[in-house]
Design a protein around this ligand. Sequence first.
Ligand SMILES: [Zn+2]
Ligand SMILES: [Zn+2]
Length: 243
Amino acid sequence: MLKMVKRFFSSTLDIVYPSKCFHCGALLDGKHAICDDCFDTTTRITEGYCEVCGEDFEGEFTENPLCPNCNNLTFSFQYAKSALKNTAKNRQLVISFKYGKQHYLARVLAKFCSEVLLEDDRFSELPAPAVVPVPLHWWRKFTRGFNQADLICREITHQTSIPTKRILKRRRYTTTQTRLSRKERLKNLKDAFCVRGDLEGFRSIIIIDDVFTTGSTSEECAKLIRKEFPKVENIVVVTVLRG
Ligand SMILES: [Zn+2]
Ligand SMILES: [Zn+2]
C-alpha cells in the first residue's frame, strides 16, 4: 500500500530497463526496450488509412481513403492518426506497458508517436502545438499506479520539444469501455472530463492516448477543448495503436 501511495505522489517513475529486447530477447545495453531490428520492423501505419479516424486498410493506395464510418460521422477533432497497426506483437507492447506495469516501454511507445508528429506533414506543420494526455480518474491512476497517456506525453516532450499541457481532468469515474459500443461509450463518457489551467499561446492541440478504438474518448476531450478554448484552431489526435 505504501508503495502505491509513494508511486501515486511521486512525479518520476523509476525506469529500469531489462537486459534483453522485449520482442526477440537479443541482449541490449540497458538503455532500450527493444533492439534496433525490432524497432525498424515494427509495423507502422504508413499508407492506406482513413484520413479522419486513422483506420488502416490492406492493399495498395495512391491516396488515403475515407472509411465508411467517417462518411457519416462528425468529430470535434479534425483527424486522428495511430502510429502502429493492430497486430498481436504491437498489442503486446501496449498491454505490457498499461497492465503489466512495464513502465520502461513508455519511451519506445512515445517514439512511434513522435515519428508521426515529426514526419507526417499534417502534424509537423501544425502551428504552436501542445500535447495533451487523456486523463485517468484519480482512483484508476491510484490502482494502476500511473496514467499511461501522461507517461507517453512526457516522453514525447523529451523527444520532440512539443510541450505537454495537462489541461484535462476526469471528474467522474467511468466503467471500463472495452465491451461497449460507440453509442454506449459516448453515453458512458458524457461529462466525464473537465478542464483546469489555460492554453494561452497554443494554437494546435494534439490529444495523446495509447489506443484509438471508436474515438469516443478523444471525441469527448476534443469537444470540451473546443468549447472551453475557442481560440485553439486545430484539435487532432495521435495514439500509439489503432484498436
Ligand atoms: Zn529485438
Ligand atoms: Zn474513418
